[in-house]
Structure formats: structure tokens, C-alpha cells
Ligand binder design. Structure first.
Ligand code: GMT
Length: 372
């Protein structure tokens, strides 16, 4: 099939999922055009059948904002004119809207293209609740031939919020179990961050308010205060990094915390960890948690959104949101049963292997094309 995949390029799960999907589909002999405002973070390798298209909207003194949505729609029209049969957008705003516009433009020319929208979380639970955006996103969702969500929790919430006639189809996120693997664990790299008798705790996020990264520091503080020797690695960057650094100083944790920053390649660091921590106020799926599980690293996370669908009891512990002592106790419990949880983590992640999930998208494409 010839398809276009549209996504955000920056640090964030939707761009990662879209790019990994584009790569996997290209490996499976589809012709894939990846469309974004910049090369996405994980767009690192060159594959036959995979093409990148950068959309740079024109500037003009009249513009306060460059018209990205329109430029994207126009690029999708051009791609369809060149043979693209299906547009798969990731994150509804504005991608689903641009795809709708492209579809309508093509229809005027007597041509057709199939549109699939994959929802990732805040696109429908938060951002599109803005009264100006809501009706436009609603129209785009209702016009897509198929809407998918990355978890049951997100599908249900989206259906309720938009009063959709049908529940979005759930296709969970996936992970390359060869890239993210306990086999990647390097004793040498681990020594750079922790002593052999220390627990190495990890967190990775884009440090946006919804991630509540500051809570990770409080949990870590709790863990240290009961005498467990440990180090903390914080991977990623974003608006709350500076305040987290300040808090690490204030809590006297500076020498035990490593702020790593954004990384293109997370697998080697995830593999050296012992426990992965999350403290998000909401998480539709938790891709970084899945990548940790695949690396053989169990997860301690709040019981919110789609996290209970990914973090099965053998792979980690869910704590009541905001209960940081419960999070600390979960760390202690896993630390004293680490080998068992490590096995459980890897076992759960195998269910989300790229080779198992990507065919679900292929079947969806076929079905959507046949009814379009
Ligand atoms: O809302 C975000 O954090 C952005 C969004 C993204 O586009 O990166 O992340 C969401 O999509 C990921 C991939 O499906 C999920 O793993 C994340 O759980 C989800 N984030 C939230 O729901 C907060």
C-alpha cells in the first residue's frame, strides 16, 4: 500500500509511535511517506520505501502565525495526487483536520483518499476541549474512515467526550523487543551511574506539567530516607526540568540524581535500570513504561488512564494517584523481588511486540480501503 503517516516530530510518544510504525511498514514493503514539520526524533535510519516530507508553511508579513494546517493539507493533496491511497494521522490536532481538508479538496476533483486518525491522549482529553477546537476536531473524527485509540481507557473517554456513534478501535502501542531488551544491559554503563549495591531508578518524560516529574523526586527522597541506597536517572527535557533541578538541590538529592536530557537512543539507558517510575496525572498508554518493561525493567506508576492496561501485576505496581508513600512502598516491594519482576516485565512486553501489533494496522488499512 502507498500511505502517508503524519505526526509531530518532537519528543513525545505520538511522534515515536508514528515513526516506528512508518519504519515497520516500510520494512514490510509498503511505500510510506512520513510527513512532519521536522524530521522526527526516531527517524534515524534510511530504509527503501520510506520517504520524509518536511512541511514548512510560507511566511508573510500579514501572518501572525504561519498557516501550518493549510500547508499540511496541501502537501497531503499533492501526495494523494502522486499515488498515496491512505493518510494515517497521529494526534488529532491539527493533523486530522488537515487530512479532512485534503480529503474534501480531492473529492472536488473526483478523487478519493482514505483517512485514519490515531488518538494518543491529550489530543482529545485535554486540548480539544477548548470550545474553539472542539467542533472542528469532532467533525474531523466523524469524517475519518477509522479512528483508533492507543488504549481502552482513551477510547472510552473519547467516545464519551465527543458523543461518537462508535467506540474508537483500540490498537495498543508497540515496542521493538530486540532494540529494547535486557540483553542490552551493559555493566560498564551502569557503573557510570550507580554502585553495584545501589538501586538504579529511572524516569523518562518530556517534563510537561501532566507528567508531574517533581513527584518522582519526592518518591526518590522517600526511598532514600528509609535507608535504601539508590540513584535516580531522569531522561528527557521540557518545561519543568529547571524546577525539578531546583527541587533536587533543595531536597539535598543533587549528588544522587542524574539529569540526562533528551536522547535519541533510550534503549541502553533503560536496560541498565532496576525500576522505572511514573507519576503522571494522566497517561493514555505510557510508551516509555512499555519500553522499560521490554528492557526487563519493572514499573511503578499511578493508577490512571491506560496504565493499568499495560502494567500487569507481574510487571510492576500501580499506586493510588498522589500517594507517594504507596509509590515508595511499591519500590521497596519490587526491589526485594527484583528477579521475579524483571521476568514478568519482559513477559508482558512481548505481547506488544512490533511484529504482533503492526499487522493490526495493516488489517485496518485494508478494511478501511475496502469500505471507502
Ligand atoms: O500528551 C502527551 O503527552 C503527548 C502524547 C504524544 O503525542 O506524545 O503522548 C501520549 O501518547 C503516547 C503515545 O501513544 C502515550 O504513550 C502517552 O501516554 C500519551 N501521553 C499522555 O496521555 C499524557
Amino acid at each position: 500500500m502507498r500511505l502517508a503517516i503524519v505526526c509531530y516530530p518532537a519528543v513525545g510518544g505520538s511522534g515515536v509511535v508514528a515513526t516506528e510504525l512508518a519504519k515497520a511498514l516500510a520494512c514490510r514493503k509498503h511505500t510510506v511517506h512520513l510527513v512532519s514539520s521536522e524530521p522526527p526524533l526516531r527517524f534515524t535510519s534510511c530504509l527503501p520505501n520510506l520517504y520524509f516530507h518536511q512541511v514548512v508553511p510560507p511566511d508573510y508579513p500579514v501572518f501572525r502565525y504561519r498557516p501550518y494546517e493549510s500547508a499540511l493539507a496541501g502537501r497531503l493533496v499533492r501526495l494523494a495526487e502522486e499515488g498515496v491511497e491512505l493518510i494515517h494521522v497521529h494526534y488529532a490536532i491539527p493533523h486530522a483536520v488537515s487530512a479532512y481538508l485534503a480529503q474534501q479538496t480531492l473529492r472536488q476533483q473526483g478523487k478519493s483518499v482514505t483517512v485514519i486518525t490515531t488518538l494518543h491522549g491529550t489530543d482529545t482529553t485535554l486540548v480539544s476541549q477548548d470550545p474553539d477546537l472542539y467542533p472542528i476536531v469532532e467533525l474531523a473524527l466523524r469524517s475519518s474512515e477509522e479512528v483508533t485509540a492507543v488504549s481502552h481507557a482513551l477510547a472510552t473517554e473519547t467516545q464519551e467526550r465527543f458523543h461518537l456513534p462508535e467506540l474508537p478501535r483500540v490498537i495498543p502501542n508497540f515496542v521493538d523487543i530486540h532494540t529494547f531488551s535486557p540483553a542490552k544491559r551493559s555493566a560498564e554503563l551502569r557503573t557510570a551511574y550507580a554502585q553495584p549495591d545501589e538501586l538504579l531508578l529511572l524516569h523518562a518524560s518530556n517534563f510537561r506539567p501532566v507528567k508531574q516529574t517533581i513527584h518522582i523526586l519526592y518518591i526518590f527522597h522517600e526511598v532514600l530516607s528509609i535507608g535504601l541506597p539508590a540513584k535516580l536517572l531522569l531522561i528527557g527535557d521540557g518545561p519543568e526540568r529547571t524546577s525539578c533541578e531546583k527541587t533536587a538541590h533543595e531536597l539535598g538529592l543533587w549528588s544522587q540524581v542524574h539529569f540526562i536530557g533528551s536522547l535519541q537512543e533510550m534503549a541502553p539507558l533503560l536496560a541498565i535500570g532496576d525500576i522505572f517510575l511514573l507519576s503522571s496525572a494522566y497517561e493514555s498508554f505510557g510508551l516509555a513504561a512499555l519500553e522499560s518493561l521490554a528492557s526487563g525493567v519493572p514499573v511503578v506508576a499511578p493508577k490512571v488512564g491506560g496504565l493499568p492496561e499495560v502494567i500487569h501485576p507481574e510487571a510492576g505496581i500501580l499506586y493510588p494517584p498522589g500517594d507517594l508513600r504507596a509509590a515508595r512502598d511499591a519500590v521497596l516491594h519490587i526491589a526485594s523481588n527484583l528477579a521475579l519482576y524483571r521476568q514478568g516485565a519482559r513477559k508482558v512486553a512481548l505481547r506488544y511486540d512490533t511484529a504482533r501489533i503492526v499487522p493490526l494496522y495493516e488489517s485496518l488499512y485494508e478494511r478501511a480501503r475496502s469500505i471507502a
